[in-house]
Design a protein. Structure first.
Length: 59
């Protein structure tokens, strides 16, 4: 089985420069989001992870 190595904060910021975009508090309250930075990707990865754990527990 391949070991998954987590990325550090610097690597994540380099991979996606939109994570470095600053918003004011007012923009945050107004619901303005950073382009290409949504929770959908996180949700997809989480679902894949849960699926993997369920398969592993059945073996």
């Amino acid at each position: 089985m391949n070991q998954i190595m987590p990325k550090g904060l610097d690597a994540l910021l380099n991979d996606d420069p939109s994570l470095q975009k600053k918003l004011t508090y007012e923009e945050y309250l107004a619901g303005k989001s950073v382009p290409d930075n949504s929770d959908h990707q996180i949700e997809e990865v989480y679902e894949e992870y849960r699926s993997f754990l369920q398969k592993e527990s059945m073996e």
